[in-house]
Ligand binder design. Structure first.
Ligand code: AN7
Length: 348
């Protein structure tokens, strides 16, 4: 069941809203006992990489497209570090509308670029970073009167709240800690709003602490300082001027949570840990969450990471989107000729 069907009663839709559906949402929430045990917490991972275009963006895109079509939109535009463009391109293809995507030239993971191109979007590589591409997309959408589907589009955030609703339904309560990567800061804002909804509606009695993780080289919210030249291996969150800054800061402060930074090395180590010890391959931006928990556990800050805390990490995107980064971190395959002897030697 797609998000509009599963949660239609909580969303601003009517019979007039086109029933866009790629069966997004309803992603697995997997308990990670081995890693959780090492960290001394009850650890759960939400596999957003299982969405149709391989990231959480599909949850918001489905409503953004449905409402834009309802309002008569004929074409779509977005700027993206990769996943928004993959998702927008997929929904545009699905509904049969043209889509323009602006990408920071040379800084988008290979799988995401392949997606935008094969879905048939008009892909434009901008000399400049994501922040500049977003400014351009916003101006172009106004001048050309086409729908912008970045998270400046409020419908994106509204249906991304479905991730929080699913977690509450799966656990029967909200977690103690919600750990999430922060780039343009839309998703952390959406999850906090979603948890608060379920609290207000009497579906859960408590709220989680929101812990937002940023890459050290792109950490405007964690440091409280502007970041004009963001740089990180986690290209999805290579963002210096987050549109959702205000609501993300509110989510963290209202929930008594905090922001934390992790280095590229810590991100890559966490990616390998997650893959090799839990069987889950998530893209680098997603692995900031586990990297943050490992850092907190090592620092032994029991106040920030209480023993046994029910903790959910949001694994926002699929590891297959960025094969280059993964391959650069592991040993290459063992090469042998065609003989069984050689094989048995390797297996000895
Ligand atoms: C895998 O695609 O901004 O804090 O243009 O792809 O809501 O921005 C992607 C962001 C986390 C950060 N994890 O979420 C884009 C884009 C992954 C992402 C984030 C992104 P926000």
């Amino acid at each position: 069941m797609g998000v509009l069907k599963r949660y239609g009663k909580y969303l601003p839709i009517s019979e007039k809203t086109p029933a866009v559906n790629l069966e997004e949402g309803s992603t697995p929430l997997v308990r990670l006992d081995r890693i959780g045990g090492e960290l001394g917490i009850e650890l759960w991972a939400k596999l957003e990489g299982c969405n149709p275009s391989g990231s959480f963006k599909d949850r918001g895109m489905v409503l953004a497209f449905a409402k834009a079509l309802e309002d008569g939109a004929r074409a779509f535009v977005c700027a993206s570090t990769g996943n928004t463009s993959a998702s927008a391109a997929a929904y545009a293809a699905h509904v049969g509308a043209p889509c323009y995507v602006l990408l920071p030239s040379g800084k988008v993971a290979l799988g995401k670029l392949a997606q935008a191109l094969i879905y048939g979007a008009r892909v434009i590589a901008v000399e400049g970073n994501f922040d500049r591409a977003l400014e351009m997309a916003r101006e172009a959408s106004e001048l050309k009167k086409i729908a912008i589907v970045n998270s400046v589009n409020p419908y994106r955030i509204i249906s991304q709240k479905s991730g929080a609703w699913e977690i509450c339904e799966a656990l029967g309560q909200a977690p103690d800690l919600h750990v999430i990567p922060v780039g343009n800061a839309g998703n952390i804002s959406a999850y906090w709003a979603g948890y608060r909804d379920f609290n207000v509606w009497g579906r859960v009695s408590a709220l989680p602490k929101m812990i937002g993780i940023q890459a050290e080289g792109a950490a405007p919210l964690a440091t409280g300082k502007p970041c004009p030249n963001p740089e990180t291996v986690a290209t999805a969150i290579r963002i210096g001027n987050p549109v959702g800054a205000k609501t993300a800061i509110e989510a963290v402060s209202q929930s008594d949570g905090f922001f934390e930074t992790v280095t590229d090395r810590e991100i890559l180590d966490a990616q390998k840990m997650l893959a090799s010890r839990a069987g889950i391959f998530a893209e680098p931006a997603s692995c900031t969450t586990l990297a943050g928990l490992v850092k907190l556990a090592a620092a032994n800050t029991a106040k920030k990471l209480p023993q046994g805390a029910k903790t959910v990490i949001i694994l926002t995107g699929n590891g297959l989107k960025d094969p280059d980064t993964a391959i650069s971190q592991v040993e290459p395959p063992v090469k042998i000729g065609g003989s069984l002897e050689e094989l048995l030697e390797v297996m000895a």
